[in-house]
Ligand binder design. Structure first.
Ligand SMILES: Nc1ncnc2c1ncn2[C@@H]1O[C@H](COP(=O)(O)OP(=O)(O)OP(=O)(O)O)[C@@H](O)[C@H]1O
Ligand SMILES: [Mg+2]
Length: 326
């Protein structure tokens, strides 16, 4: 009887001496789902991934991966996973093709099957034309695609991707995202970590927001934004030394605008609050355009203004008081 979930963790904890890197988290990843861990540097994302992948022991809690306990059944769990670590660990001396073949041999895959599979994976990763190139001659994006191709050699049910596109340029990221979409469509369970909110919004059906080893919130990208932010955001710059003092003035202005019965924006502003960042102010409102009209009407003149939709970055800021990428 197959279990319904791909991964289930309860009270998952990792301590290094006195320091708690993962602090008793509970989560479930359903089969075929693409699930994300979104959080800043040091949140405990890689540590969690290593415990799933049976390469780090846990200090407390329970964990089931494809129905097995990684601590009791390490080799069986690893055979059913594909792992893309945060740092590429390709063999730089070998060719692109050889990297996949050597990895497949490690799983004891039959030679003829492995040769055919390798060509298929090179095609999938758009690396066929680089098959004989040495890894050290590849671009960063190509290395990342090769690491993913290699992780797929054992046809894993679950793919763990630790920061799949960090450090890549936008074009390389989009190529990678496209490959991950295809995997998702083919039914592979994806678990990925990121501190890029756009990546989480693109790739994750459901995610947990983690910070300092704890789960701050859980949900779909759209659900998290709905629950923890306003529909829109107005970004304003008044100049470094004036942002703080302007924040108070804006809060007063927009709060009263919401309750007064006159003015174009009255009533439908949906004003929530103002956040002060070192370089700008963020005005949270249902209609950022109406908020900006109201601000202009009052005679305030920001140096720059930008209207945008709320993102997971705003959710994170709301939950933790900090920005994701600092
Ligand atoms: N082997 C280790 N020994 C001691 N502390 C560790 C060890 N590995 C990780 N840590 C600490 O645990 C915390 C979580 O680290 P982890 O690598 O899981 O974070 P992360 O969320 O992956 O961060 P990043 O986004 O920077 O990759 C950090 O404070 C880190 O310094
Ligand atoms: Mg990490």
């Amino acid at each position: 009887m197959p279990v319904e979930h791909a991964i289930r963790a309860t009270g998952l904890t990792k301590r290094y001496g006195d320091f708690t890197a993962v602090d008793g988290i509970d989560f479930t990843v359903n089969r075929g789902e693409s699930f994300g861990l979104l959080g800043p540097n040091g949140a405990g994302k890689s540590t969690t991934m290593r415990m799933i992948a049976a390469v780090a022991s846990r200090s407390a809690g329970t964990m089931s991966v494809a129905g097995l306990d990684p601590e009791q059944n390490g080799p069986e769990v690893r055979a059913r996973l594909g792992v893309i670590p945060q740092q590429d660990n390709l063999d730089e001396e070998l060719s692109v093709r050889e990297n996949i073949i050597m990895y497949g041999r490690y799983f004891g895959l039959p030679r003829r099957w492995l040769n055919a599979k390798t060509e298929e994976l090179l095609e999938f990763a758009q690396l066929s034309h680089k098959a004989t190139a040495r890894v050290e001659d590849l671009s960063g994006g190509m290395k990342r695609r090769l690491t993913i191709a290699r992780a797929l050699v054992n046809e894993p049910e679950i793919l763990l991707l630790d920061e799949p596109t960090t450090g890549l340029d936008p074009q390389a990221r989009h190529i990678l995202w496209d490959r991950l979409f295809r995997l998702r469509e083919s039914g592979t369970t994806l678990v990925l970590t990121t501190h890029h909110m756009d990546e989480a919004e693109q790739l994750c059906e459901r995610l947990i927001v983690v910070d300092e080893g704890r789960i701050m919130a859980e949900g779909s990208p759209a659900g998290l934004i709905r629950d923890h932010s306003t529909r829109e955001v107005l970004e304003l710059r008044f100049g470094m030394d004036r942002n703080q003092e302007q924040a108070q003035q804006l809060t007063t202005l927009l709060s009263s605008a919401d309750t007064s019965s006159h003015g174009a924006a009255a009533g439908d502003l949906g004003f929530s609050h103002v956040e002060v960042l070192p370089d700008r102010l963020l005005v949270y409102a249902g209609s950022a355009e109406s908020a900006l009209e109201r601000i202009h009407a009052s005679g305030l003149r920001p140096m720059t203004s930008l209207v945008r939709r709320s993102s997971l970055e705003d959710v994170f800021l709301r939950l933790t008081g900090r920005t994701l990428v600092d």
